[in-house]
Design a protein around this ligand. Sequence first.
Ligand SMILES: [Cu+2]
Length: 166
Amino acid sequence: MFRKTTLATPLAAAAALFTLPALACDGFEIHDGYARASHAMAQSGAAFMIIHNHGTEDCHITGARSDVAQRVELHTHIEDDQGVMRMVEVEEGFPLPVDGEVIMARGGDHVMFLGLHRPLEQGDEVEVTFVFEGGAEATVTVPVDNERQPGAHDHDHGHDHGHSHD
Ligand SMILES: [Cu+2]
C-alpha cells in the first residue's frame, strides 16, 4: 500500500511571487498587484499588476483564470469612433519577452473578472493563474484594494532591477 502524499501549496508563503512548473517560461516577478471591483455590488472586477520577465525565454500570456469569477479575460481599452474608451478582450493575449514587462493598469491592459462568485471586499485576496503559450502556468495572489486610486502606485519603470520586493 502506498500513501499518496500531497504537496503543500507553495503559494501561501510567497504571495507576491510566481511559482512555476519546470516549463519553458520562468523567472517572473510582479509589482503593484491588486484587484478591485468595478463598483460596490459589482458583478465584475479587474486585476492590475506589472509583470517582468526575468527568465531566459520569450513568453506570451494567452489566458487567465481565477476561482473568483465565472470568466476571466485579458482586456485592454481602446478608443472607439466616438472617442470613448471601451474595454475589449485581447484574444491574442499579451507578449512578455525576455527582460520585457506587461503593464496592467487602470485604463489599459488588465485581467477582467466577469460574473464574480463573491464580492471583492477590501482586504480580501484573489488568486489569478496566468496561462502561457506552451502550457506553462503561473499563479499570483493579489490583494483586493478598492480604494487604490488610478496611478497612485505608478513609478518610473526604468528597469532598475536591483531593488528588492517583499
Ligand atoms: Cu475589462
